[in-house]
Design a protein around this ligand. Structure first.
Ligand code: G1P
Length: 297
């Protein structure tokens, strides 16, 4: 029997060094795309997939991420008094049921695998999703929903995958693929950040996973992999052959918000999806692009 997916783990202990000084005193997952922080996109996406319980794997200086999901009574009262209904609605959208968010601490940055292992009590014997908030996906059907649907079809593990240029394989977990129906790909092997010449394919894992709890047993060994870190990819690879394991070519566009250019691209793509902003954004972009200069040039 395939167990229903209800839990998600969101690793958010990273230091965000690529965004210093912006991330000196604030968590990188609090950086907004348009007007919503990355963490809220991830939680919203998980909720849209039927996730009811969330575990944030946090570290020092990440308190704002947890407080973001508290109810801001004073602020809501003020907005109500002032008749600011749209703003009030925007705040209320992120209200979660009491007890829906748990946090665990990852005291040392030992890798993504270690971060997930830190959530082992929360995971227990249940399947769980992982969302890396740095990876933002713009999609008609939220990416985690697509993964959850695939998981409820196949059981086992399902990871979201996308083709990348071969020169970029060393940035990702890469699949060795078996049967491929164009949507679901059978995973025969997984390698974390291989050099292009060693990569078994150019199909990469993006930061969305549905995994079985058995992965924790392999993480427990704390084997060090690429970059000297405890790699989730290596532990997942041990599950191949024991449980069904598929890659899902999800529908949508992924933005790497851990990268400055990717983050900027996400701002533009998400702004262009907003009817209240799109015309103005399109107009100024045209201006920049046609002349290769800004409006003042
Ligand atoms: C992590 C994973 C990698 C995956 C990537 C997706 O790498 O280890 O397998 O492809 O996320 O964003 P990181 O970006 O943390 O180096």
């Amino acid at each position: 029997m395939i167990k229903t997916l209800r839990k998600a783990v969101l690793p958010v202990a990273g230091l965000g060094t690529r965004f210093l000084p912006a991330t000196k005193a604030t968590a990188k997952e609090m950086l907004p795309v348009v007007d919503k922080p990355l963490i809220e996109y991830a939680v919203d996406e998980a909720r849209a997939a039927g996730i009811e319980q969330f575990c944030l794997v946090t570290g020092r200086g990440k308190t704002a991420l947890v407080e973001h999901f508290d109810i801001a009574y004073e602020l809501e009262a003020t907005l109500r008094e002032r008749g600011k209904h749209a703003e009030l609605r925007a705040l209320r959208e992120n209200h979660l049921p009491p007890g829906a968010i748990a946090t665990v601490r990852q005291q040392e940055p030992l890798g993504l695998g270690h971060a997930i292992w830190c959530a082992r009590s929360f995971i227990g014997d249940d399947p769980f999703a992982i969302l890396l908030p740095d990876d933002l996906v713009l999609a008609d059907v939220p990416c985690t929903r697509q993964l959850a649907d695939a998981y409820h079809e196949t059981g086992g593990c399902v990871v979201a995958v996308a083709e990348v240029p071969r020169a970029q394989t060393s940035r990702y977990g890469i699949l060795d693929i078996g049967r491929d129906d164009g949507r679901l790909v059978e995973v025969r092997g997984l390698v974390e950040k291989p050099r292009p010449e060693d990569a078994p394919s150019n199909l990469s894992i993006i930061g969305r996973y549905v995994l079985v709890p058995e992965v924790i047993g392999f993480l427990e060994r704390m084997d060090r992999g690429a970059g000297g870190e405890v790699q989730l990819t290596d532990a997942m690879a041990k599950l191949i052959g024991r449980v069904p394991f598929h890659g899902l070519r999800y529908q949508g566009r992924r933005f790497d918000c851990g990268d400055k250019v990717g983050f900027l691209e996400a701002q533009i793509a998400f702004a262009l999806k907003r009817p209240d902003m799109a015309p103005a954004v399109r107009a100024f972009l045209k201006n920049y692009v046609t002349d290769g200069a800004g409006p003042d040039a």
